[in-house]
Design a protein around this ligand. Structure first.
Ligand code: NAP
Length: 278
């Protein structure tokens, strides 16, 4: 049977589990798709996208550092992608038009609330990072009415920009890392790319409330530096973003194929494979 082609573009990309996840979705739903990972730095994005479209590519996932670029390139966009000014899912139309969507927010929210059983309403949340991922998750997080949301980022101006852009949706403020020491948070989300190089963002100790949760959007074969940090700070739950990855991929699969795969067996399988590899 001929297979429709999909891919994930990003840099670095060698850690990506997206090809495996989409292969499992395809198997589960009986869809004939072929999904690959391609290392594409920002400066090659337009050229590689053109090549992929010319070769018959039907859809693309965009990851670090391409989401904001993809938003700029898409011809049409969903409301949530436009709010985020970041696109992680592209549909390559047969007429050559590109439709951009953002499934990161729904993916994170499903993992937090459905898979992990967390209630976001009323929480004090700290969001670390102000890149494409943060842009994608702010609207759905604020829609859950947390008590307040603080954003901290290495480049403070980017956090301030995000706080300004999303101020109409709830209580949101940017703070430099060093001003966090006197604060207390129920949920700390790491949406920096620090984990990709094994680093920890400069978060002060003692800012996680008793019974609090740490969630690293990044994931790896071993617990990330931030997941370990959360454990050391006494977090009730300190997890990485494998659940979000599967959930955002399921939403992208739905956009491309019109079918919603079951996510729980895929998350369980990936977690089992990771613990076997340890
Ligand atoms: P991005 O647009 O490139 O933004 C990167 C962010 O990380 C920026 O805020 C940057 O700060 C910060 N940063 C980079 N290195 C840092 C370091 N060493 N210390 C402190 N801050 C650092 O990337 P993104 O698309 O937002 O992705 C961010 C992370 O989320 C990545 O780890 C990615 O894998 C993960 N993610 C996971 C999922 C999932 O489904 N699980 C989905 C989306 C993203 P500056 O602004 O100062 O440069």
């Amino acid at each position: 049977m001929p297979q429709d082609r999909y891919a994930v573009f990003g840099h670095p990309i060698n850690h990506s589990k997206s090809p495996r996840i989409h292969a499992l979705f395809a198997q589960q739903t009986g869809q004939a798709i072929h999904y690959t990972a391609q290392d594409v730095p920002a400066e090659n994005f337009r050229e590689e996208l053109k090549r992929f479209a010319a070769e018959g590519g039907r859809g693309l996932s965009c990851t670090v550092p391409l989401k904001e670029l993809a938003w700029g390139i898409a011809d049409g966009k969903s409301v949530r992608a436009d709010r985020a000014k970041a696109v992680n899912t592209l549909v390559l139309g047969k007429d050559g038009r590109l439709f951009g969507d953002n499934t990161d927010g729904v993916g994170l929210l499903r993992d937090l609330t459905v898979n992990l059983g967390l209630t976001v309403t009323g929480l004090n949340i700290l969001l670390l990072g102000a890149g494409g991922a943060s842009r994608g998750i702010l609207e759905p997080l604020l829609a859950m009415k947390p008590r307040r949301m603080i954003i901290a980022n290495r480049t403070v101006a980017k956090a301030e920009q995000l706080a300004m852009e999303f101020a109409d949706l709830g209580s949101i403020k940017a703070l430099p890392f060093k001003a966090l020491a006197s604060e207390s948070f129920d949920l700390i989300l790491n949406a920096t790319a620090a984990s990709l190089s094994g680093d920890l963002p400069p978060v002060p100790e003692g800012i996680l409330a008793a019974g609090g949760t740490c969630y690293d959007l990044a994931y790896g074969s071993q617990p990330t530096a931030f997941v370990r940090w959360g454990g050391g700070m006494g977090a009730e739950l300190s997890v990485d973003g494998i659940g979000m990855l599967v959930e955002q991929a399921a939403e992208a699969f739905f956009i491309w194929r019109g079918m919603r795969p079951q996510t729980r067996p895929v998350i369980e399988l990936l977690n089992a494979e990771r613990s076997q590899a340890e």
